[in-house]
Design a protein around this ligand. Structure first.
Ligand code: FDA
Length: 506
């Protein structure tokens, strides 16, 4: 994989036998920049110093993916696969170190294939969650897929890193809901579940994207949903007792509020806590439960918004009842254009009112652009049988996941960036005593290169030992099993980035 113009020419020549030229972009093509930027979420990764791909292949057919892998492998060009482009460190379209690579963009390879009344769907890899929600909600309205909040996230990245959201307490994480998949291996062959084997099939359902091959389609399980669900946003300020409410909320997650149909996540920003509830049923039943176990929240029937599941997905994403559900089909993130960095944690012991109070006083109220999102676990995700569940390891005993986010405008490396990053490091340090340790768990899909990067060994492979540093925080005891699956699926480590699973040494 040494840079050479000869191998670049051969790569293009090789592609041209299978892929129409209008689907392949070189750095000198007029459309290169707009295609590269088409799904970039964070302008931090498209500056003058970003290591960009030499080529972009916008595959519209599985044969194009096969050709890209075969031609890349033969000619020393690595492939970075991009589906929705939401990777928090931009690793689907940029490299941290200088490297010869092509982006294999799957946005054209999208579509949802389902029939009314059927509890599963084949979903092409480039489909976004919003496109999936729309297809399921309009064609198969009695069913849902338990996805995340942001409609522009790619199904492939979501499932490949676990996939958490407001429906996981009832149905498990995204990776628990995959029935079959089609993957292109490093030889360019198409393998389904039977052909790839159960070890690799287990690994692709949450063991991190890019590591095991290119997924071109997923068969996803769809689950029944009532005709009417209820969504509620309760906004409470510091002055209205947000720390006490948070303390009560966290003490109810696993019991007595461990009701899988009911999920209340919380967004903390400035002096405010927004309690966002999704209940898979009607308002009267929701109130019966909440008023019993969490009356302090003060939820009333006037707060309830009853609607279809599809409409609820739009409400949760757009924050209103008026945006048409068709806007879920828009692949451009409506918050695109802002710079940000995220980190994550897991909490297994309640933080308590005093802890929340200090957090507000010392950190949240000092930065209006800093945010924390608390995603409750329990229910199906916490009770999963770890022997059969997908690689997502943060299950039994986890109260909630924390995502910390810091946003700033308008520079990648200037004063605003420094202030935003310093705030993030500070709040992450403050939370240390309240969260898990040894390892300090982190969520793979909230990718964070501060946790570590792979080192390439003298054998030319990503080192298993360097991977332990970051991967045991994402995957805990599942890391070794994932590395064994990598050694089976891609022993030569062709598919790799700074945080892909290294092959288990022999
Ligand atoms: P992208 O295309 O960047 O890919 C991410 C990784 O997967 C890369 O390593 C890529 O190479 C690899 N990959 C992509 N397609 C592949 C394929 N077909 N085969 C093999 N590897 C592939 N998460 C969550 O669980 N719940 C949530 O609610 C949210 N919400 C959210 C909102 C916003 C605004 C952002 C930016 C992110 C989230 N996330 C999230 C995190 C999200 O799940 C995570 O970033 C996913 O990896 C994004 O998947 P994409 O396909 O969009 O990313």
């Amino acid at each position: 994989f040494l840079p050479s113009s000869a191998s670049s020419d051969s790569f293009l020549q090789c592609l041209s036998t299978v892929i129409p030229s209008e689907l392949v972009f070189t750095q000198s093509s007029s459309g290169f920049t707009s295609v590269l930027q088409s799904s970039v979420q964070n302008p931090k990764f498209i500056t003058n110093t970003t290591v960009r791909p030499l080529f972009i292949v916008t595959a519209s057919d599985v044969s194009h993916v096969q050709a890209a892998v075969r031609c890349g492998r033969t000619n020393g060009v690595r492939i970075r696969v991009r589906s929705g482009g939401h990777d928090y460190e931009g690793l689907s379209y940029r490299s941290v170190q200088p490297e010869v690579f092509a982006v294999l963009d799957l946005a054209r390879l999208r579509g949802v294939h389902l029939s009314p009344g059927e509890g599963s769907a084949w979903v092409d890899a480039g489909t976004t969650l919003g496109e999936l929600y729309y297809a399921v909600g309009t064609t198969n309205p009695g069913f849902l897929f338990p996805g995340g909040v942001c409609a522009t996230v790619g199904v492939s990245g979501f499932v490949s890193g676990g996939g958490i959201g407001l429906m996981m307490r009832k149905y498990g994480v995204g990776g628990d809901n995959v029935l079959d998949a089609k993957i292109i291996n490093a030889n360019g062959d198409v393998l389904d579940r039977a052909a790839m084997g159960e070890d690799v099939f287990w690994a692709i359902r949450g063991g991190s994207g890019e590591s095991f091959g290119v997924v071109v389609a997923w068969r996803l399980k769809l689950s029944p949903v009532p005709t009417t669900v209820t969504v509620v946003n309760n906004v409470r300020t510091l002055e209205q007792g947000a720390p006490d409410l948070l303390a009560k909320w966290e003490s109810t997650i696993l019991s007595p509020l461990n009701i899988p149909d009911l999920t209340t996540r919380v967004v903390l920003q400035g002096r405010v806590a927004i309690f966002q509830t999704l209940y898979l049923g009607r308002c009267t039943d929701l109130l019966d439960t909440v008023l019993n176990v969490f009356p302090e929240l003060g939820m009333t029937s006037g707060d309830c918004n009853e609607m279809s599941w599809l409409r609820a997905m739009a409400f949760i994403y757009f924050g209103n009842t008026t945006t048409p559900v068709e806007v879920l089909l828009n692949r451009t993130n409506y918050v695109a254009g802002h710079y940000y960095k995220a980190k994550s944690d897991y909490v297994r012991r309640a933080v308590g009112s005093a802890g929340w109070s200090s957090l507000y006083q010392q950190w949240l109220s000092k930065n209006g652009n800093g945010k924390m999102v608390l995603e409750p676990h329990g229910g199906a995700v916490g009770g999963a049988n770890t022997a059969t569940a997908s690689p997502y390891p943060h299950r039994r005993g986890v109260l909630f996941n924390i995502q910390y986010g810091s946003d700033w405008c308008c520079d990648a490396n200037g004063t605003m960036a420094a202030a935003g990053l310093a705030w993030l490091d500070g709040i992450y340090g403050f939370m240390g005593p309240f969260v898990t340790s040894n390892p300090r768990e982190a969520y793979a899909n909230y990718r964070d290169l501060d946790l570590g990067k792979n080192v390439i060994g003298q054998d030319g492979l990503s080192s298993y030992w360097s991977g332990r540093v970051w991967a045991e925080r994402y995957f805990m005891g599942n890391y070794r099993r994932l590395a064994a699956a990598k050694a089976m699926a891609d022993p030569g480590d062709y598919f790799r980035n700074e945080q892909t699973i290294p092959p288990l040494p022999k």
